[in-house]
Design a protein around this ligand. Structure first.
Ligand SMILES: [Mg+2]
Ligand SMILES: [Zn+2]
Length: 226
């Protein structure tokens, strides 16, 4: 477990991109993670990103079950790099019920995650942690969005102020989870119809893509200057 960087916390899985080097003891690994976590703790503002439909292309009625099916959306890597270079901690919160349904193994999800994180890093960005819910809707877990469990776990680990934190997502469940966790929700939608008007929880803004979401975040945070 420690070698792969995947660990079970309550009912969700987390993936640490700064996983310890192979061949080191579990204790050393844990210490390193703790040190990295502590060092970077309260000071950094955070941005929470949904995965499918924000970072990578959504697969209609299906799941990204292999790396081949993982396609970055235009501008996603650039957007993450912009967040990283402006000093934002980037965290991903994503439902991956394909695992719970047996359509993909946890190992495969981990493999996909490792590859997408390494591409992000090669593009100059950094994602501190990826939180997954791997349950099915009928499992009634505490982490599957629209429940706020993944976001609350991220908050417990990185101590960001929810009221000053944006969550970027493309579905109603993202907006609901963000609102329940006390965060501000940004909806990514290309639809010109105001579908969100009927939703119980509303996004603070609607943008066509993640790059525009990031520009909005910078503008709101007074960080729009170069
Ligand atoms: Mg999505
Ligand atoms: Zn779950």
């Amino acid at each position: 477990m420690a070698e792969t960087g995947l660990q079970a916390i309550d009912c969700n899985m987390t993936y640490n991109s700064r996983r310890p080097k192979k061949g080191r003891s579990k204790t050393a690994a844990r210490k390193q993670v703790r040190r990295l976590t502590k060092r970077a703790s309260a000071s950094l503002p955070a941005v929470l990103l949904d995965r499918e439909g924000v970072i990578n292309r959504r697969i209609r009625n299906g799941y990204v079950t292999t790396w081949k099916r993982f396609a970055f959306l235009p501008g996603a890597m650039r957007a993450i790099r912009q967040l990283s270079t402006r000093g934002y901690r980037v965290l991903v919160v994503s439902n991956q019920a394909g695992v719970g349904k047996g359509l993909m193994s946890l190992q495969t999800l981990e493999e996909i995650t490792r590859r997408f994180l390494s591409q992000v890093e090669r593009a100059g960005g950094s994602i501190s942690r990826v939180y997954y819910c791997t349950h099915r809707a009928e499992d009634d877990c505490i982490c599957r969005k629209p429940k706020p469990g993944l976001l609350l776990n991220a908050q417990a680990e990185f101590h960001f102020d929810p009221a000053r934190t944006f969550m970027v997502g493309d579905t109603e469940s993202d907006i609901t989870a963000a609102t329940r966790a006390g965060c501000k929700a940004i909806l990514v939608s290309k639809s010109r119809k105001a579908i969100w008007h009927a939703w119980a929880h509303k996004p603070v803004t609607v943008v066509p893509d993640i790059l525009t979401a990031v520009a909005y975040i910078f503008a709101q945070s007074g960080g729009s200057r170069k």
